[in-house]
Design a binder for this molecule. Structure first.
Ligand code: AMP
Length: 190
């Protein structure tokens, strides 16, 4: 199994790259943001619970997110590996993921982080908001709050994987295909 955490701040390009990489490496792509949005659209109990957090740019509580992630993994028993996109976003999520995979005799092979400066990201997200219809992409104060959540709760997850010698930073500014090439070099080495 090859399990990759695709990491980076909102708007860094994780979802775009994951879509390319899942086909290239035959991995299952799990985006916790996409799963939440699917549940919100279908007004499930989980979606209704998550909505107020997401619309305001806050993180959904760990317990809810971890349960959901584990259920998504368990839906794919034959997978050759996973690309985790948008998860883990806190240190306790990272620890929960390690424990969960360990029970299956699996591990995270590497965290690949897309590095992009914050001013570029705000512009990208506001542009995306014009077509994505996402409430959290359309309002600069909500975008700023997502960065605040990232800087205060998520950025430290880098240290968690660095301590395990599993952190790989990649320049996330450039063409989609150039960035895929950079990421692929790392994936091939794992
Ligand atoms: P994303 O599509 O990854 O930008 O996620 C959109 C929103 O979903 C985030 O701003 C959070 O509110 C929520 N979310 C997604 N993944 C997580 C996670 N791992 N932990 C907590 N909240 C999350």
């Amino acid at each position: 199994m090859k399990n990759i955490v695709l990491f980076g701040p909102p708007g860094a390009g994780k979802g775009t790259q994951a879509e390319v990489l899942k086909d290239k490496y035959n991995l299952v792509h799990i985006s916790t943001g996409d799963v939440f949005r699917f549940n919100m659209k279908n007004e499930t109990e989980l979606g209704l619970l998550a909505k107020s957090y997401i619309d305001n740019g806050n993180l959904v509580p760990d317990a809810v997110t971890i349960d959901m992630l584990e259920a998504e993994v368990d839906k794919n028993p034959g997978a050759q590996g996973f690309i985790f996109d948008g998860f883990p976003r806190t240190e306790s999520q990272a620890a929960a993921l390690d424990a969960f995979l360990a029970k299956k005799g699996a591990t995270i092979n590497g965290m690949i982080a897309l590095e992009v400066a914050e001013d570029i990201l705000v512009t990208r997200l506001l542009e995306r908001g014009k077509v994505s219809g996402r409430a959290d992409d359309q309002d600069e104060s909500k975008i700023r709050n997502r960065f605040n959540e990232y800087n205060t709760k998520t950025a430290i997850v880098k240290d968690y994987y660095e301590k395990q010698d599993k952190y790989y930073g990649v320049n996330g500014v450039g063409s989609i295909s150039d960035i895929t090439t950079l990421i692929s070099t790392v994936v091939d080495s794992l």
